[in-house]
Design a binder for this molecule. Structure first.
Ligand SMILES: Nc1ncnc2c1ncn2[C@@H]1O[C@H](COP(=O)(O)OP(=O)(O)OP(=O)(O)O)[C@@H](O)[C@H]1O
Ligand SMILES: [Mg+2]
Length: 423
C-alpha cells in the first residue's frame, strides 16, 4: 500500500505507552527515508494514577509521564543536541477501544484505481462511522472488491468502475484520550498518532509470514490482557480483557495472606503457570503480613502458589478464547499465537496457552533494534517499539491522514492541528 512515509532521515519521533504498571517513552531517529530507525532515548517509570490502562488520577499520571519522558529526553540529548521532545505516538489500551467492520464503495474517477479513489472510499466510511463520544484510531482496508471480484490485495493501477472496500475500524473512548492528552499537553507534547496497544505489540514481534498467514498476538500486561488478530498483512480485530499480572499478584496476596510486595516477589521468583510433581515437595517461606520477624514465616508448597497462578491464567486465556469466538473474525484460521507483555515472562505460560487455545504458541523474542538498551528489549516493551513501526510503515491506516487528503501540510502538522481543534 502507499501514502507517503511521514518521516525523512534525521527526523525524530517519540512513543508513549501508559501502562498499568509502567509508563514507557521511546525516542527514535530515522536513519533513512524508507522507515529505518534507531533508538536514541528510552525512559520508563512505575505507573501512577492508571488502572487497567485507564487514567484514574490525572495529577499522578502526569507526574509519572513527565518522569518517563524526561528520562528518555536526557538519554536522547547525548545523540541529538538541543532536542526538545514534541511529537508522540500514543498507545491506546484495548479496554477503551473497540473494533468495528464497515464497507464503503466508490465509483472510479478514471479507468484505473488511484490513491485518491481509495482515500475517498475510506473517508466516506469514516464520516459514516464517526460518533461524538469516540475518536477513530485505525481505518484498515481489509479487502478490495473491484467490479464484484473479491480478494484484491493492492488495487492501485487495476482497471475497474466500481470499488467496494471492507474496512476494519478501531475507535476509542473520547474521555480516556482527553485525559491522556491533558497529561501530554501539560508536558508540552503533541500527540501525532494513535495506535491500539495489541496492534503495536504484533507489529514489533510477529514475523512477516505470521502477519500474512494468520497469527494472534496476546499482550499480557499488568492490568489488561489484549489481543489482536492478523491475516493477509492486516489487523482484523483487536480486543482485550481487564485482567493481567496484577490480578495474579493480588490473588497470591489474598490466598497466602501476604503483602502485595511479597506476593509480587514470590510470583516472579517461584511462580509458574503449570505445576510439576516435584513442586508438591518444594517448600517456600511466605512472610506474614505486617510481621518483621522471619520466624513467623509460614511455609507453603510451591504447588499451592502455582495453583493460584494457574487458575487466574486459565481464566484469562478462556476469556481471550471467548472474545475471539464472539468477535466474528475467523480466528480459527490463525494457527499461531505470540505472547508479549511482562506477564508472558511467567514460566510455563506458553504450554498453558497452547492447551487452552489449541494453537501453536511462542513467546516473543527480545526486540532487536539499533540503540535499544538490553533492559528494555523484553516483551513488556513490545508495544513501545511497535508504535514506531506503525507510525513509519502504516500511514495509510491513520484516520486523520485519510480524512485530510489534499491538504499540503505534512502528516505531523495535520495531526497536531486535528487533535488541537477536536480534543
Ligand atoms: N518474570 C515475571 N514472571 C511473571 N510475571 C512477570 C514477570 N516480570 C513481570 N511480570 C508481570 O508483568 C506485568 C507487567 O507487564 P507490562 O509491563 O507489560 O504491563 P503494563 O504495560 O504496565 O500494563 P497494561 O498493559 O496491562 O496496562 C506485571 O504484572 C508483572 O508482575
Ligand atoms: Mg502494556
Amino acid at each position: 500500500m502507499s501514502f507517503k512515509q511521514p518521516l525523512r532521515a534525521g527526523s525524530v519521533i517519540a512513543t508513549l505507552d501508559v501502562g498499568s504498571s509502567k509508563i514507557a517513552c521511546f525516542i527514535a531517529q530515522m536513519t533513512d527515508d524508507e522507515g529505518g530507525f534507531k533508538i536514541v532515548g528510552v525512559g520508563h517509570q512505575a505507573s501512577q494514577g492508571v488502572k487497567s490502562g485507564v487514567i484514574i488520577d490525572i495529577n499522578l499520571a502526569e507526574i509519572a509521564i513527565a518522569q518517563s519522558v524526561h528520562a528518555a529526553e536526557k538519554m536522547a540529548s547525548k545523540t541529538i543536541k538541543g532536542y526538545p521532545l514534541r511529537d508522540v505516538v500514543l498507545a491506546v489500551p484495548s479496554t477503551s477501544s473497540d473494533s468495528h467492520f464497515m464497507d464503503a464503495h466508490v465509483q472510479m474517477m478514471r479507468q484505473t484505481v488511484t490513491e485518491n479513489d481509495v482515500r475517498r472510499a475510506l473517508a466516506k466510511a469514516q464520516m459514516k462511522a464517526q460518533k461524538d463520544d469516540r475518536e477513530m484510531v485505525h481505518t484498515i482496508p481489509v479487502d478490495y472488491i473491484l467490479d464484484g471480484h473479491r480478494g484484491i490485495q493492492n488495487p492501485y493501477g487495476m482497471s475497474g468502475q466500481l470499488m467496494d472496500i471492507d474496512i476494519h475500524m478501531v475507535d476509542a473512548d473520547y474521555s480516556h484520550l482527553k485525559h491522556i492528552s491533558q497529561c501530554t499537553e501539560r508536558n508540552h507534547l503533541d500527540i501525532v498518532s494513535l495506535c491500539s496497544s495489541p496492534y503495536a505489540a504484533g507489529l514489533s514481534t510477529l514475523v512477516e509470514d505470521e502477519i500474512d498467514l494468520g497469527a494472534i498476538v496476546i499482550d499480557m500486561g499488568a492490568g489488561v490482557t489484549s489481543y489482536a488478530v492478523f491475516q493477509s498483512g492486516r489487523m482484523l480485530y483487536a480486543g482485550g480483557v481487564p485482567i493481567g499480572g496484577q490480578h495474579i499478584t493480588s490473588d497470591i496476596a489474598h490466598g497466602l495472606t501476604a503483602s502485595i510486595a511479597d506476593a509480587e516477589r514470590l510470583k516472579t521468583l517461584y511462580g509458574s503457570a503449570l505445576a510439576t510433581i516435584s513442586d508438591e515437595h518444594e517448600y517456600i517461606d511466605v512472610p506474614m503480613m505486617g510481621e518483621q520477624n522471619s520466624k513467623a514465616d509460614q511455609q507453603i508448597t510451591r504447588s499451592l502458589l502455582i495453583n493460584i497462578i494457574q487458575a487466574r491464567l486459565e481464566e484469562t486465556f478462556e476469556m481471550v478464547r471467548q472474545g475471539l469466538t464472539d468477535s466474528g473474525v475467523d480466528a480459527a484460521r490463525c494457527r499461531r499465537v505470540v505472547l508479549t507483555g511482562g506477564a508472558s515472562l511467567m514460566p510455563g505460560v506458553q504450554d498453558l496457552a497452547q492447551r487452552i487455545l489449541s494453537k501453536q504458541v511462542r513467546c516473543a523474542q527480545s526486540l532487536k533494534v539499533q540503540g535499544l538498551p538490553d533492559a528494555t528489549s523484553g516483551p513488556a516493551f513490545a508495544v513501545s517499539m511497535g508504535l514506531i513501526t506503525y507510525y513509519t510503515e502504516r500511514p495509510y491506516e491513520m484516520p486523520m491522514e485519510i480524512a485530510s487528503y489534499g491538504d499540503s501540510r505534512s502528516i505531523p502538522q495535520r495531526f497536531k492541528s486535528w487533535f488541537k481543534e477536536n480534543w
